[in-house]
Design a binder for this molecule. Structure first.
Ligand SMILES: Nc1nc2c(c(=O)[nH]1)N[C@H]1C(S)=C(S)[C@@H](COP(=O)(O)O)O[C@H]1N2
Ligand SMILES: [Mo]
Length: 385
């Protein structure tokens, strides 16, 4: 008989499971989700087509910080979410009030909203983690799906907190462990809820430490789980290599030129032309949307000086085109405020050396406070849009 095998909510008797624990786990999880959501929105800003609302170019490490926080709070959320699901899963077996239509309706709405919350949260964390590992076992657009998932998760979270507010208040009215003695007059044996709460927070902290080295240089040696160690030619990791982008021949062609299209036709610059202009060195980070970041000493020409040579209007946004023949990110749009920033370079060198082929030789874009994915390598053409 089914009844004999399917447990009931009351079948789960661990005294660790309690709204006092669930509420506290929920607070930490909610904080992680809030930071993830806000930093994710910030990142999304860079992809908006609206030219009137352009992200700022300062601080230069802004995107590095927000993207690092985004990925690390997402990682911290995983142990918290697992512990929280463990603390409430007996509710899956709660009795359904079949006979009372009103109660049944309420029950169903509540269940459906929790299903949406749990599904969206799991989806966001799994897909986000896979993306930070550069693993795309799906065919949908990561960015579109992760963005839609974020609104669903955060919307369901707000509803959830509103619905549970009375429970949350009650849960916080006292400490996580009641001091109530058992029948025998002694505290219940076994671990206490406080211990479980601390262990979960510790697990989150360790998970963060094991990954943070991909963006915090002095944690590199601790972060054995980090997908990017921070190693790479000239002290910066490589995202897509020249071979993967299909530029190994075109990029080293001695006849390479950069074409800059301005108001009165185009200006064609060789590498020697660029070399003969004033060379500047700026320390700017590459902050990849996958969560790793690294700072580099880039040397090259100020982009605005090149644009002036070609008579490009000061308020023009630019289309920046690379030699790349395969895959995405070969072309990006650079807003005028970034193009005209004094720190924005057409880099020819990195760490005092000629730019490595995999870092974008012969010439790459590097701008302050900009997602790594938009720091286009192996440039061939720049034009006003
Ligand atoms: N043409 C081109 N430029 C590109 C890419 C690319 O795939 N093609 N990848 C971008 C991404 S996702 C990042 S994070 C940075 C990484 O630069 P690096 O490999 O020099 O560290 O380059 C960006 N520039
Ligand atoms: Mo990236």
């Amino acid at each position: 008989m089914v009844r004999a095998v399917v447990p009931r909510e009351e079948s789960f008797t661990s005294p660790l499971r309690h709204e006092r624990l669930t509420a506290r786990l929920g607070t930490w999880l909610g904080a992680c989700f809030a930071i993830c959501f806000l930093t994710g929105l910030y990142s999304h800003w860079y992809y908006l087509p609206d030219a009137s609302l352009v992200p700022p170019t300062r601080p230069v490490w802004g995107y590095r910080l927000t993207q690092g926080l985004h990925v690390l709070t997402g990682i911290a959320a995983i142990p918290l979410l697992l512990a929280k699901l463990w603390s409430v899963y007996p509710k899956l077996f709660a009795r359904v009030p079949w006979r009372d239509v009103r109660a049944l309706a309420l029950h169903s709405v509540e269940r459906a909203s929790i299903l949406v919350l749990v599904a969206a949260s799991c989806f966001q964390l799994v897909v986000g983690l896979a993306n930070s590992a550069q693993w795309y076992p799906w065919s949908f657009s990561f960015r579109a799906a992760h963005y839609a998932g974020a609104w669903i998760a955060i919307g369901a979270l707000v509803v959830h907190v509103a619905v549970k507010l009375p429970v949350i208040r009650r849960a916080y009215a006292g400490p996580v462990d009641e001091q109530a003695p058992t029948e025998a007059g002694t505290p219940a044996p076994g671990p206490r809820r406080r211990t479980l709460l601390r262990a979960t927070l510790l697990a989150s902290g360790v998970a963060v430490l094991l990954n943070a080295g991909q963006t915090v240089p002095w944690l590199r040696r601790v972060s054995v789980l980090a997908v990017r160690t921070g190693e790479g030619p000239q002290g910066v990791p490589i995202n897509r290599s020249a071979a993967a982008a299909g530029v190994t021949e075109t990029a080293v062609d001695p006849g390479w030129t950069l074409t800059v299209v301005g108001r009165r036709g185009e200006v064609v610059l060789s590498r020697d032309d660029l070399r003969s202009m004033e060379q500047r060195t700026e320390r700017l980070p590459i902050a990849c949307v996958e969560g790793w970041s690294a700072s580099g000493e880039w040397t090259g020409v100020r982009l605005s000086e090149v644009l002036d040579r070609a008579d490009v209007p000061a308020d023009a946004d630019l289309r920046v085109v690379s030699l790349q023949t395969r895959g995405s990110f070969g072309t990006t749009v650079l807003p005028a405020s970034f193009a005209r920033d004094d720190l924005t370079l057409l880099a020819l060198g990195l760490a005092g050396e000629e730019l490595d082929l995999d870092h974008g030789y012969p010439c790459r874009l590097i701008a302050p406070n900009r997602p790594g994915v938009m720091q286009t390598k192996w440039l061939t053409r720049i034009e006003a849009v």
